[in-house]
Design a protein around this ligand. Structure first.
Ligand SMILES: O=C(O)C(=O)C[C@H](O)[C@H](O)COP(=O)(O)O
Length: 211
């Protein structure tokens, strides 16, 4: 198992909104608001009871949005996310059981890492794109630069502590493919149904990542 893992779906955005939804009815307007701001990928975390329903709604009703399931912690999570229609999965970490489940499911996947040993284990399983989590706690840009030397063929999606203030620096780092963050879908905006605010945040991130 090395380069035969299924590829992530194609998307344009280099910024992946990490969202925690309390109401499945928010999923479709949120996905549309992000798309209107130029973001065509979303990570819906399996941290709330409505997450699977939310993933299914986006997969069904907003096909141009590449919907991923986040916070996959167990084999069961992998199966349920895939059944709901997730096109890929992400996790804050990885374990042998999780990697086995993902391989069996044939689900494109981004494992989480925080140490060189974890990078090596994910690399041995064939992965070349990994979520660095929690990115700023792990050392941020300094950690990414340090990891670049021994792991020249690995690209990262730093997540955890990424914001508009440090986004540009992360995206300029050569071994950073994508960044993830929750700032694009604030809980208060979701509660209030303020989709315009979410489009504005998405547009701001899209512009920053282009420049
Ligand atoms: O749940 C997961 O799968 C995770 O990897 C954790 C999230 O990505 C971070 O909690 C987002 O961090 P902030 O952008 O700093 O809020």
């Amino acid at each position: 198992m090395s380069t035969s893992l299924p590829a992530l779906p194609a998307f344009r955005s280099r910024v992946v909104p990490v969202v925690v939804l309390q109401d499945a009815a928010h999923a479709v307007p949120l996905a549309q608001a992000l798309l209107a701001g130029g973001i065509d990928v979303i990570e819906i975390t399996l941290r709330t009871p409505c997450a699977l329903e939310a993933i299914a709604a986006v997969a069904r009703e907003v096909p141009e949005m590449q919907v991923g399931a986040g916070t996959l912690l167990s084999a069961d999570d992998v199966r349920r996310a895939q059944d709901a229609g997730a096109r890929f999965g992400l996790s804050p970490g990885h374990s042998p059981a999780l990697l086995r489940a993902v391989a069996e499911a044939g689900l494109p996947f981004v494992p989480g890492v925080m140490t060189p040993g974890e990078v090596m284990a994910a690399r041995e399983a064939g992965y070349r794109l990994m979520k660095l989590f929690p990115a700023t706690v792990a050392g941020g840009l300094d950690m990414l630069k340090a990891l670049a030397s021994p792991f020249g063929d690995v690209r990262f999606c730093p997540t955890g502590g990424v914001s508009l203030d440090n986004l540009g620096g992360f995206l300029k780092q050569p071994n950073v493919a994508l960044v993830g963050g929750s700032w694009l879908a604030p809980a208060a905006a979701l509660r209030a149904g303020d989709w315009n605010q979410i489009t504005a945040l998405a547009r701001q991130a899209t512009e920053l990542s282009a420049g």
